[in-house]
Design a protein around this ligand. Structure first.
Ligand SMILES: CCCCCCCCCCCC(=O)SCCNC(=O)CCNC(=O)[C@H](O)C(C)(C)COP(=O)(O)OP(=O)(O)OC[C@H]1O[C@@H](n2cnc3c(N)ncnc32)[C@H](O)[C@@H]1OP(=O)(O)O
Length: 254
């Protein structure tokens, strides 16, 4: 079915109390976070978002418009989110997609996550968000070099064959992120609690604190050792999964 193409649940858990919806970074498929379903506490069921153009959606055009992506995901998530409280977790580009999806669900369906988890991303309205320089056609190689120098990825990873195979998808995702603007909200657009995570050595993300402008809920920030992909470090991953579980369990007490 269509929804299962967009929302990947590798480890269904009918006894779960909460659902965690994960949104991957630029250039990535759904598999990395879908595997969290096997590692996370039994009170959670994990779903991971799969954008068009990858995995079993490789026959579809890679998206270029964040608003259309959010509409598609909100639609696909509707049947998934009906009966249990849920949270969103987005890493890097995934945080923007998660944010726009949350806005769509709130505006159109009055559904909101219990907690919104953001990782390795400047706030959507931050003036410090890195952009691809305008006015000059850039080659794939130049954009990859820019990503490395901005601190989004490492030269070693860029040189790997696996990375090179996925460069066209990565570039399309980056242009989509680059074209995405969000005005500073005059008032909070969400009301859930929001937690931000960042790697202590992450040079690419400058303005994490500004995420607090988007919600009237509580705001928390956590620095963990590592760079833009600190989340791949097993101890950090365990910290995040445990933290998410704690936040969701505590939410049932209030
Ligand atoms: C200034 C300009 C402004 C630009 C404009 C502004 C843009 C700002 C917003 C965008 C910010 C971003 O998102 S920046 C993110 C940039 N993206 C990247 O650098 C990553 C590009 N591609 C990927 O991550 C892809 O997922 C691939 C290449 C790994 C292929 O995907 P896949 O085939 O689905 O494989 P997957 O299972 O996910 O991963 C396979 C193996 O690779 C590892 N792996 C995956 N990603 C990484 C990684 N980043 N670093 C190291 N290792 C990794 C996994 O742990 C796994 O290891 P094992 O289990 O096999 O051991």
């Amino acid at each position: 079915p269509r929804n299962e193409k967009v929302v990947n649940c590798l480890y269904p858990n009918p006894n779960a109390i909460f659902r965690l919806i994960c949104f991957p970074w630029a250039g990535s498929g759904s598999t990395y976070f879908a595997k969290w379903g096997q590692k996370i506490h039994g009170s959670l069921e994990v779903h991971s978002i799969r954008l068009a153009g990858r995995e079993n959606r490789s026959d579809e055009q890679v998206p270029s418009d964040m608003y259309q992506v959010a509409d598609e995901i909100a639609c696909a998530l509707l049947p998934v989110l009906q009966d249990k409280p849920f949270a969103f977790f987005g890493h890097s580009l995934g945080s923007y997609i998660a944010f726009m999806t949350a806005l769509r669900l709130k505006e159109n369906h009055k559904l909101e996550p219990v907690h919104f988890f953001v990782s390795s991303t400047s706030a959507p309205h931050s003036k410090f968000r890195p952009r691809i320089p305008e006015g000059k056609e850039m080659t794939e190689e130049e954009i990859c070099n820019l990503l490395v120098s901005a601190g989004f990825t490492t030269k070693n990873f860029v040189d790997e064959e696996l990375f090179q195979l996925h460069v066209p998808i990565l570039l399309a995702d980056l242009y989509m992120a680059n074209a995405y603007f969000f005005d500073t909200p005059s008032e909070a657009v969400l009301s859930c609690d929001l937690s931000c995570f960042i790697g202590s050595e992450d040079q690419a993300v400058k303005d994490l604190e500004a995420w607090k402008d988007v919600t009237s809920g509580s705001f928390y920030m956590h620095k963990l050792p590592g760079g833009h992909f600190y989340v791949m470090e097993p101890t950090n991953e365990t910290f995040i999964m445990n933290y998410i579980t704690k936040c969701l369990e505590l939410s049932t007490l209030s």
